[in-house]
Design a protein around this ligand. Sequence first.
Ligand SMILES: [Zn+2]
Length: 511
Amino acid sequence: MKRKILFCFLVFILLLSFVPYTYYLSSVFAENEATRIVSAEKLHLREGPGLSYNIIDTLQKNDKLHVLKQQGDWIYVEVKDLKGWVAAWLTLEVGAKEKYAISQVDYLNIRLEPSLNSSVLGQLHTGDQVVVLSERENWVQIQYGELTGWVSSDYIIINETENVVEHIQENKNETTFEDEPETFTIVVDAVIVRNKPSLSSKELGIAKKGEQYKIIGRDHHWINIEFKGKKGWLYSFYGSFEKTQEDNQNPKKVMIIYNGTNLRQEPSTSSPVMKNAYAGEQYEIIDTEGDWYKIQLSNKEVGYVANWVVSTNDNNTSIEKKQKRKKGTLHGVTIVLDPGHGGNDQGTTGIRETLEKEVTLKTAELLKAKLQAAGAEVILTRDSDVYVGLRKRVAIAHQHAAEAFISIHYDAIEDRTISGFTTYYYHPYQQTLAQYVHEGLSNQVSIRDRGVQQGDYLVLRENKQRAILVELGYLSNPSEEKLITTELYREKATMGLYEGILNYFDAQLEE
Ligand SMILES: [Zn+2]
């Protein structure tokens, strides 16, 4: 398989050398766009246009890339005498105006799609800065890590910056907290703490809802905290910032959400306007009168602003929380996750000696954190390297009346060239869940899609619940084993499973 890819690649290069150079250069990029720089902290140079291709080298932020061609979201570049593919969305045109969105509110939901009904992936807090990828009506697409999401444009300010390199450095300085001790309070049920600000770095453990950690520093949207005697990193979306002491005594303030907001003499829309305020401006609250805040203007004057055009620094008020949202959450849903094998039963063993029982557990733990963050009650059939019989696993599903039972496995077969992921169900009442979950997976992982199939597995056949079994790739295929045992693949696969599960339960609400 690998040889075949190499052969195709060589043929491709050979063909390219016969094509006039200017032809493929000008086909996609205008001349001034042919140089770009790396905008992410680290960026992998890969053998092909996709996350599944082998990594040639790791590039650093601001490395210069000479663009040779583009394919979808990927660009083929020359950098430091090497050629390879990089994700275009993690690069910037040199001299281009980079757009940043700055959140004006706390708990601004980041959603999978530009819709209030779409699932919530995380949250932004007041002052958080993220890179803008695109804009659509009232929504803005933002980038965080290697993932993307959408936020409502009503609650952000967009800033443009021309000098990219300087801005990035400036931004770094802004976000160090050396002399400003603050604590970070976890607001989701569980979140993974890592040893570096990267999805592919080692997991140190799990931080749980309500726990408070001292902030040591920040890097973009990552927060550096003191975690069990170590320095740990987690996404800023998963918690809230609190000044440790004095801040709680600070007067309550309103923050203006819309540009040109009217500040009036009296608490009424018919009252004369004293001035217009801009988004992001803050005023001290003196009093509340009906739907209006009496506020202190900077020049010792007082005025009124309507409460529907501002946000307050009340830590627990979220603009979206006030709206009742049925979709996009899993509150009250019980899900049993079944990491395949364990103990003496090792499952399959990869060519690189990956043990299936280990990667199934890692995958299940990561998926559990995501489902819990969305409000689900998640039970694992095993949470350590122990043997659990198949009938016991089914019994756990019955005992908890699981609304979904997801058995997680990695595949193996004698033929080392076979690759891809498969989703199995047994009973017809399990098929819809299988289809949703498979769809979610196929949106996130780039290995071969082997489809949804009926499979006679005991954990499905004997299960009265909606049970499915996913095989997340072949450990018997050497190149696939290398890919599917990475943290990045697990992150993508569990994101896919999570989205599939969420979409399945969202669709049930519609019925
Ligand atoms: Zn297995």
